[in-house]
Ligand binder design. Sequence first.
Ligand code: ZN
Length: 169
Amino acid sequence: MRRSLVNSDAPVLRKPAAAVSDPAVVRDLAAELLETMVAEGGVGLAAPQVGVGVRVFVTGVDGEQLVCLNPQVRSSSAKQVSWEEGCLSLPRLLGEVIRPAEVEIEYTDLQGQSCRRQADKLLARVFQHELDHLNGILFPDRMTDRTKLRTITEEEWDSRFESAARAPE
Ligand code: ZN
């Protein structure tokens, strides 16, 4: 089942989400998040974006889908990169955010197994962006210069999300 995204001013987007104690409880939610992410043309989606304040996000980068429960950053590279981010919860807004180029995250999968995953490029960016959602943080909060937040047209927005799976060079 595809879920509706909550509005950008929904309080759930601003609250730290609750830890998942039993993976079985979020199995249906995870499937719905994946379906919704694909339908929206996104590369990541966090549970608070559909109004559920639990620590679950999904990603879909380079044809690989991941479901991450209770994710945490284990290490991040000293090297930082600037990348223009968008967010399904903030339609038509884009802004440059500087973040570590590589991260290693630890999370629990739907089988309850502890997993570690090293990521660079787009996946590293998506991990960090989605983790922020679980802590009530939206990407404009991370911008060093918020005057550079820009609004694009509906057409540009749609085309961006169609091509979002491509990592920049
Ligand atoms: Zn987002």
